[in-house]
Design a binder for this molecule. Structure first.
Ligand code: M6R
Length: 368
């Protein structure tokens, strides 16, 4: 049942190319139009949306953070991302022109369910992104995009996260199409880039043995930091969450630009710092990231850089480089998170922990 793997989690990590491909299936642009079949909101209702609030918990929240970058960039609609557990209690400003997007792998997370109930009482439309057919959250929503990860058994979410990202990109492209903020050929181009992702994810998985060696070298470490920028920032947060959950280690993710505002004080000799390096582009993201890496290394950090093929600018500042395929910055989370999953899974295994059933955690959190 684990396909020869020691853990469900490891099996699920390796299922990701297929899970991503399945989540894209049938969404192809037919006659230039993107199809989302489970979308029960009319185009007019979507055109009337002037604000989006994404609510989710844990890993699903980090998928929501990536979605904000994609939706705002492609659709020019303001997006807030809020933890489900905080949402109701801050008296959020909601009305019929607000779209609330609830992201939940299980569809049963109590905080997220209570949050959508609150939103619907305020007349907002609710769209669920969910992996579990017929679960409570999609049943209580106005529309649903199902992810097609298949059952996720490991308590730590992996393929659930990647397929949530895919659903978020599809939603963003769909909104862009309906609102007319992007042309058909631009949407078709991103769809092509998305369709290339399963092969890219497979190529990252091919490097698993190298990442396992790296993880085993770090058994005994007390703390690990993760740095990212832009869409790489939620990836850093997700990488840190995986390590906390599985290895019971202190792990923290930061936006690299925040380093000098406090976190750099944590850096000491030998501290492993995993850095998600943005692709080289026209903006300054990549260069800014490099200066952040330089700063932590100058203070003794052991820098592990996840950087795209051909990026040689990082070489002088990296103690170890993990290569990523060359993909656009908004889609990079789909490949960048995979080495971080493998790293956490292997480190926890080497420490003798039960990776599928980490202590104190449940797969679905049905109490508030
Ligand atoms: O089922 P959900 O997506 O609503 O679950 C949300 C979180 O409880 C979940 O992502 C949790 O953080 C995982 N253990 C992360 O690996």
């Amino acid at each position: 049942e684990k396909d020869g793997h020691d853990w469900f989690m490891r099996k699920e990590i390796f299922e990701q190319p297929r899970a991503v491909a399945d989540s894209l299936l049938g969404r192809h642009t037919r006659g230039g139009q993107l199809q989302l079949d489970e979308m029960r909101l009319s185009d007019q209702e979507l055109r009337d949306i002037d604000k989006i609030i994404i609510i989710a918990a844990g890993t699903s929240f980090y998928a929501g953070m990536v979605a904000k970058y994609a939706i705002e960039h492609w659709c020019r609609v303001p997006v807030e991302v809020e933890l489900s557990s905080e949402f109701r209690y801050r008296d959020p400003i909601l009305d019929y022109s607000t779209l609330v997007v609830a992201i939940s792998q299980s569809g049963e997370t109590a905080d997220t369910l209570q949050a959508i109930r609150h939103a619907r009482l305020q007349r907002s439309k609710v769209l669920a992104i969910c992996n579990t057919n017929g679960s409570t959250i999609p049943r209580e929503s106005d529309a649903v995009i199902y992810t097609h990860a298949g059952p996720e058994i490991g308590v730590a979410s992996t393929k659930g996260f990647l397929t949530q990202l895919v659903a978020c990109y599809l939603l963003a492209l769909y909104l862009a199409q309906v609102k007319g903020t992007r042309y058909g050929d631009e949407i078709a181009l991103v769809m092509e880039q998305l369709e290339a992702m399963p092969a890219h994810i497979s190529s990252v998985l091919d490097a698993a043995p190298e990442i396992y060696d790296l993880a085993r070298e770090h058994v005994g470490t007390r703390s690990v930091l993760y740095l990212g920028r832009h869409a790489g920032y939620p990836v850093a947060l997700e990488g840190a969450l995986k390590l906390k959950e599985l290895a019971y280690l202190h792990a923290e993710g930061f936006a690299a630009g925040e380093l000098k505002h406090g976190p750099i004080a944590l850096v000491e000799e030998g501290l492993p710092v995993l850095c998600v390096v943005p692709p080289r582009g026209r903006d300054q993201l990549h260069d800014k990231m490099i200066s952040g890496i330089q700063e932590v290394r100058a203070r003794g950090a052991y820098t592990i850089c996840l950087a795209e093929e051909g990026d040689e600018a990082i070489t002088p500042y990296a103690d170890h480089v993990i290569r990523l395929p060359r993909v656009p910055v908004l889609l990079q989370p789909l490949v960048a998170v995979v080495p971080l999953q493998l790293f956490a899974c292997e480190l926890a295994t080497a420490m003798g922990h039960d990776v599928d059933q980490p202590r104190n955690l449940a797969k679905s959190v049905t109490v508030e």
